[in-house]
Design a protein around this ligand. Structure first.
Ligand code: FEO
Length: 175
């Protein structure tokens, strides 16, 4: 059984993860418009990863007998237009999500809610990878140089990314 405070904060996190999915979908569309299909594909994989993050929290609320509250998702504003700016914005956003996960963990600890703590620690580890992914790509861009040839090679490389999670959320919804 969850406290209302924890359930409310998890609902906020679900909204932030759904917004993240929406943001990466918008970035993917922008990269596709510029002809970077491999980068667009990488960002669409990221969209699915974010939906998984949201659904894992949703499933946890259901398992705990709490009600998921589906709030309005803000429209993402993608100001970035170059590949470098896209991944700088990605890193910036992931740092924000890391801070949000840390807040949730601190609340779980304050409330002595050890089940939620266990769940949120998975997200703590996941955020290390999320930030690393963006940092690695920025570093690669730096090494290749952000001229057309370097970006072209990165586009091919990033197009190989496959989702690390199952894309069918039916079992989460039915848990
Ligand atoms: Fe769900 Fe990219 O953090």
């Amino acid at each position: 059984m969850l406290s209302q405070k924890i359930a409310d904060r998890i609902n906020v996190q679900i909204n932030r993860e759904m917004f993240s999915a929406y943001l990466y979908m918008a970035m993917s569309a922008k990269m596709a418009q510029h002809g970077y299909n491999g980068i667009a594909s990488w960002l669409m994989v990221q969209y699915h990863e974010e939906m998984f993050h949201a659904m894992k929290l949703y499933g946890y609320l259901i398992d705990q007998g709490a009600a998921p509250r589906l709030d309005k998702i803000d429209a993402p504003a993608v100001k970035a237009s170059t590949v470098k700016e896209i991944f700088e914005a990605t890193l910036e956003h992931e740092k924000f999500i890391t801070g949000s996960i840390r807040e949730l963990l601190e609340l779980a600890l304050t409330e002595k809610d050890y089940a939620t703590e266990n769940l949120v620690r998975w997200y703590v580890n996941e955020q290390v990878e999320e930030e690393k992914n963006a940092m690695d790509i920025l570093q690669t861009l730096e090494l290749l140089g952000d001229g057309k040839q370097g970006v072209f090679m990165l586009n091919i490389e990033l197009g190989k990314r496959k989702p690390s999670i199952a894309l069918d959320f039916t079992s989460i919804a039915a848990s």
